[in-house]
Design a protein around this ligand. Sequence first.
Ligand code: HEM
Length: 196
Amino acid sequence: MRPDTKYYHYFFAALWLAVAFGVQYLVPEDPLKIVAFVSGYASIGLAIIVFAVCLSPLSRVLRHPFVTSLLANRRYIGLWGCAFAWTHVALAVAHLLGGDLGLIFQPDGFMLLLGLLALTIVTALALTSSDGMVRLLGGQNWKRLHSLVYVAVLLVAVHAFNIGKVVFATDWAKWALVGVVVLVALFKARHQFKFF
Ligand code: HEM
């Protein structure tokens, strides 16, 4: 483990706790409180995952030691994104879906199903993020598997745009996510096909 890795763990653990205590003490009423918990972990989890995706394009345009450190710790940043996503799902299933997982497979649970697919992808990526797994799968297969993160971000975007009640009920959040996704896609296309 690199010497700077522990600071990333401290930062994200503090952020996780800040959401827990912030919502607990700042949001007064109960039905609002649970939606704030679910949305807080969901939106920050998505932001962390998108941030991890942006790191490699960012490192090409910004050659700063901090960006190098972020890139070297990308797997841990992704793991924390996954932890926030699992917290969101556990709270949503327990409190908003009344513990009934069957709702995901109902016709009107389609947006939840997209969330479940994204969670499956993100979890598979977290479980295969170690150096040992890179060696076991082989570099090319590992890269192919990990490029599924783009699919996961698109699935979550559709999920959040359709059922988001707090952050993604606002236009700015939708446009910010669309903007980042378009920028990353353009950057990838430029890199892959030497477009412009
Ligand atoms: C990688 C996995 C997932 C991520 C990153 C994610 C992210 C999000 C985001 C960003 C929102 C919008 C929050 C807002 O507008 O404030 C949301 C809403 C929601 N998600 Fe997920 N989601 C995931 C998976 C799931 C799964 C598997 C379920 C349930 C089975 C679920 C249940 C819900 C519910 C009920 C809402 C609406 C409540 C709310 O707005 O907070 N999500 N999710």
